[in-house]
Design a protein around this ligand. Sequence first.
Ligand code: TYD
Length: 203
Amino acid sequence: MVRGKFITFEGIDGAGKTTQIEALHRFLLDHGIEVVRTREPGGTPLGEKIRAMLLNDEMDVTAETLLFFASRAQHIRDVILPALERGAWVLSDRFTDATYAYQVGAKGYEAEYVLQLEAIVQKGFQPNKTVLFDLDPQTAARRLALSRTADRFETQDCDFFTRVRKAYLARAAASPERFFVLDAGQTPEAITAQLLDEAKGWL
Ligand code: TYD
């Protein structure tokens, strides 16, 4: 029996997810909830090795998609499900919506194949809620340039992130009961206030 809640965070690179995940983490702790924070790709020792390959090595998009799902399979079995079963809430920086946005939306990989992989790996398992940080790619690129050196995904051009953004918004429109879309162009304080207000309804 799954008792906790699985919350995922999505958006183009540079949308400011990390700060907001931290804010929600503290909010849930204040409400006496055990929280497990994790990320994809990664989240397990095997997943972190896969992450290093994904972020650094040039590869075929099929290989890439399979590696994201390989990392995800291990993550669900070793981290996400055990935490949910003991009543913890799991906050994951990215999950399967990212595969639809980046591999399908931006790189043109077949959605049908991702649907099949999702069925094999998740067997119907889905996030309870997904927070989408929506931001125009120009603003995101400016923020990233200020903050760090780019990985393989972050060096893509604005057209690429425009496609990622569009795919995320289409996913949100198709599942409005699961998605909470935030305008990530606001100040961090304003975004936090809206996120925590929404999260009160999840308790
Ligand atoms: P992320 O952890 O958000 O990067 P960072 O720590 O640098 O902010 O994600 C790494 C990259 O992987 C990001 O550009 C999005 C990409 N990605 C996909 O293309 N498909 C996926 O299924 C996932 C989970 C991530």
